[in-house]
Write a protein that binds this ligand. Structure first.
Ligand code: DQA
Length: 144
């Protein structure tokens, strides 16, 4: 089983960026934690972070035919991008959307997600644990 974990814009700034909302741990720490979890569940995992919408689309397309499941935090593109959900639909790889913060309890514009309709599930407000939950949801989905 091969997972791809995609993090969108400004998530490379985790640890520095608004720690009251996003916590003080870094993206490298998140990826290390996910590597450990995936080892435990016998899955391979690759990571990708980009601040550019087109690069995220390219990475999703490159996953076609070689990746079983995608965990994606599209960050700000959640609320603006049509290209990212279109790419997820195009490749047909099951995906779970993750948000560190509870987007429903923040500004109104964060309540809109163009990505959630094409995902198996959305996990929000659980910080790093949300990514672990996303992996577990995808394992259950693939084993159905
Ligand atoms: C986020 C929530 C988004 O609204 C925001 O633009 C982000 C991070 C989250 O993980 O909580 O960059 O996706």
């Amino acid at each position: 089983m091969k997972f791809l974990v995609i993090n969108g814009p400004n998530l490379n700034m985790l640890g520095v960026r608004e720690p009251a909302i996003y916590g003080s741990a870094t993206l490298a720490e998140l990826e290390e934690m996910l590597k450990e979890h995936c080892k435990k569940i016998g899955a391979e995992v690759e990571f990708f972070q980009s601040n550019h919408e087109g690069d995220i689309v390219d990475r999703i397309q490159a996953a076609f035919g070689n990746t079983d499941a995608i965990v994606i935090n599209p960050a700000a593109y959640t609320h603006t991008s049509v290209a990212i959900p279109d790419a997820l639909k195009a490749v047909g790889i099951p995906a779970v959307e993750v948000h560190l913060s509870d987007v429903d309890k923040r500004e109104d514009f964060r309540k809109i997600s163009y990505v959630s309709p094409v995902c198996v599930a959305t996990v929000k407000g659980k910080h790093f644990a949300g990514y672990i939950e996303a992996c577990d949801i995808l394992v259950a989905h693939l084993n159905k």
